[in-house]
Write a protein that binds this ligand. Sequence first.
Ligand code: ADP
Ligand code: MG
Length: 253
Amino acid sequence: MEPLIKVRDLYKIFNIGTNKVYALNGVSFDIYRGEFIAIVGTSGSGKSTCLNMLAGLEAPSSGIIQIAGKRIDRMNESQLVAFRRQNVGFIFQSYNLIPSMNALENVSMPLMFRGVPLETRTKAAKHYMELIGIGDQGLHMPNQMSGGQQQRVGIARALVIDPKIIFADEPTGNLDSHTTDDVLNLLKKIVEEEHRTLVMVTHDPHIASWADRQLRVVDGHIVETVINKESSIEQEILRETGSEPYCVVTPEN
Ligand code: ADP
Ligand code: MG
């Protein structure tokens, strides 16, 4: 059993004038296929920076990111574009739907970029919309849908390319608590039933507790890793590898 994602000594340093901001301060961890991971911490702790680097959206200052055996920290921009199209679904806090397209067109859009013919991509989009419980809403425009429905469209769009990994940055940040539970239940179901891997960023410890494993981030360091002992995937990793997933924890202060 090999980790799907391997991160070693990852740094991201922003130069602002003569100041250096250490957004990510040397983190090292593994993520296995089928895990639901929460990266949790207060605003400005480095969560989004970490997620964006894992998704190949931002380049690290130094360190290693290996995904499915490939060093994405060594890829150039066109290799990264291909990597993302092939492997990565991204769910945003503000849904990022295209207002002039209906739900079905929004969901099928990533397949358009892959050059999939209209009929095939419509069929795939319908499949994922049904899976997510919005099969009857294909013709609705985003502004005719509630926040929870729009985020379901966002989730179906992330799934439509059949990605290995789903990245989600505060996916329930704009939803009320009832809809938040619905969306988290849905994400958990997708991870379990389809054996996908989900890396979710949240500032909310309650939302983070839904995950199989939490990485708590403070000032660009991982200061704690919390494993849900009930989780079947965590039990499987322990059984197969004989140890808990690799993660370097830095003492706070
Ligand atoms: P979080 O998602 O946990 O709120 P971020 O990863 O967005 O935190 O930011 C971590 C730190 O890096 C913050 O201090 C933030 O101000 C800084 N930062 C993030 N992006 C940039 C950028 N593009 N330029 C300069 N500083 C940045
Ligand atoms: Mg953020």
